[in-house]
Design a binder for this molecule. Structure first.
Ligand code: HEM
Ligand SMILES: *[C@@H]1O[C@H](CO)[C@@H](O)[C@H](O)[C@H]1NC(C)=O
Ligand SMILES: *[C@@H]1O[C@H](CO)[C@@H](O)[C@H](O)[C@H]1NC(C)=O
Ligand SMILES: *[C@@H]1O[C@H](CO)[C@@H](O)[C@H](O)[C@H]1NC(C)=O
Ligand SMILES: *[C@@H]1O[C@H](CO)[C@@H](O)[C@H](O)[C@H]1NC(C)=O
Ligand SMILES: *[C@@H]1O[C@H](CO)[C@@H](O)[C@H](O)[C@H]1NC(C)=O
Ligand SMILES: CC(=O)N[C@H]1CO[C@H](CO)[C@@H](O)[C@@H]1O
Length: 354
């Protein structure tokens, strides 16, 4: 017995020092964290949440690595429109227009929504309805980065899910279009307290994933964008013979499925896909940052992690704000299956139920 006990203690010490090492290696420990979020939020209520999600996503990406890009982008769209509150996940039909049914989100991958709901189901089966959809999206975005070769980092947790639909057209106000120049990007990101370094680092997410012809053919027809490499342009014209072709192409031609700094090398070679990408190299204010990331991947990874942690905390709901959705696609008040779940969980406090 005693040996078993001291062995356990040894394991515990080893584990503690290991996790200490990790928190040193992961450079974000100094990142500022919003009131109400915590690095250890589910430590007692759902300690396995992150390992469950990591394991499940490994399986998903093994089948289709492209889903990683879809999940990473989903987190960005969630956070930029009305905060990281999963309003992006709501089906529009229940209570009004949702972000999902608005134009800039048309190209969000449908599978990404399914993957998140599936993760929620697995996590809630393990721990009950304690983990928010918003946290699942944030963890899934981090894992998408890690599992495609990018930096690992801790995600502050404790977000709650919103009960308010995003305003009609809010996506146009908050999100940036692919035709945006650096001035527009910097202006829109400044509203979210994100600076030029954040703008360039976050755009580095385009190191994975795809874009539709309609997002960039304005750079090919009727006149070719002079900041685009000619061979690159000719190849894009084969993929997109007309301005409205519904074809797709990779965002980062050098290593389309690997999270690395090659996106910035693309930009230095005038092979950025969108105006919003290429202009970061054309514009003097951001050119130096692009170059520094192209030269030094470690620097890009460090800045990307800091910017993701910032972005991941935009206008979050915490404490008793919002709710923990039982279905990521619907608010609990619109969820016709929820009554029985609520009864199970809140036995005795049925007064609040409708
Ligand atoms: C700076 C402003 C940004 C603009 C203008 C922009 C624009 C776009 C556009 C137009 C697409 C392709 C849509 C399509 O045609 O299918 C796209 C894809 C993508 N974006 Fe961005 N984006 C921006 C920032 C970000 C940020 C901050 C992230 C994440 C941190 C991100 C992650 C992605 C990913 C991963 C994809 C690929 C999605 C997929 O393969 O399904 N983007 N972006
Ligand atoms: C939303 O914005 C688009 C593009 O700016 C515009 O065409 C549309 O009329 C707007 N819809 C509403 C309901 O404001
Ligand atoms: C950037 O885009 C905005 C909006 O389209 C435009 O008003 C502005 O002149 C552009 N700035 C530059 C430097 O091209
Ligand atoms: C789609 O792009 C591929 C190359 O990426 C090209 O071979 C194909 O012809 C394109 N399809 C259409 C319908 O334009
Ligand atoms: C790359 O960036 C890292 C992180 O900021 C820094 O420690 C390192 O010295 C840089 N490497 C070079 C070769 O400049
Ligand atoms: C989740 O909510 C959506 C939108 O209301 C609904 O279509 C779907 O069937 C629900 N899923 C489950 C498992 O209840
Ligand atoms: C206008 C339009 O095509 N809206 C679509 C947006 O995306 C949702 C699903 O993701 C579709 O149901 C809408 O029809």
């Amino acid at each position: 017995m005693a040996t078993a006990k001291s062995f356990t203690r040894l394991l515990l010490i080893t584990f503690l020092s290991l996790s200490f090492c990790f928190s040193v290696i992961k450079a974000q420990s100094s990142a500022p964290i919003v009131n109400g979020l915590s690095w250890t939020f589910y430590k007692s209520t759902c300690p396995k949440v992150e390992s469950i999600i990591r394991k499940q996503l490994k399986k998903v990406f093994k089948k289709d690595v492209g889903q990683a890009a879809g999940l990473l982008r989903l987190h960005f769209h969630d956070c930029f429109v009305q905060g990281c509150d999963s309003s992006v996940l709501l089906d529009g039909s229940a209570g009004g227009p949702s972000e999902k049914s608005e134009l800039p989100n048309l190209t969000l991958r449908k599978e990404a929504f399914k993957i998140v709901n599936n993760l929620r189901e697995i996590v809630h089966k393990e721990c009950g309805r304690v983990v928010s959809c918003s946290d699942i999206v944030a963890i899934a975005a981090r894992d998408s980065v890690v599992l495609t070769g990018g930096p690992d980092y801790d995600v502050p947790l404790g977000r709650r899910d919103g009960v308010v639909f995003a305003q009609v057209n809010q996506t146009f106000v908050d999100l940036v279009g692919p035709d945006a120049n650096t001035t527009t990007i910097l202006t829109k990101l400044a509203r979210k307290n994100l600076d030029a370094t954040d703008a360039v680092a976050l755009s580095g997410a385009h190191t994975i994933g795809i874009g539709h012809c309609t997002s960039f053919t304005d750079r090919l027809y009727p006149t070719q964008d002079p900041t685009m490499d000619k061979t690159f342009a000719n190849n894009l014209k084969l993929t997109c013979p007309k301005i409205d072709t519904s074809n797709i192409t990779f965002l980062d031609i050098r290593s389309p499925n690997k999270f690395d700094n090659k996106y910035f090398v693309d930009l230095m070679n005038r092979q950025g896909l969108f105006t919003s990408d290429q202009d970061l190299y054309t514009d003097k204010r951001t050119r130096g940052i692009v170059t520094s990331f192209a030269i030094n991947e470690t620097l890009f990874f460090e800045e990307f992690v800091l910017s993701m942690i910032k972005m991941g905390q935009l206008d979050v709901l915490t404490g008793n704000q919002g709710e923990i959705r039982a279905n990521c696609s619907a608010r609990n008040s619109d969820n016709k299956y929820l009554v029985s779940i609520t009864e199970e969980e809140n036995m005795g406090s049925s007064a609040e139920m409708r």
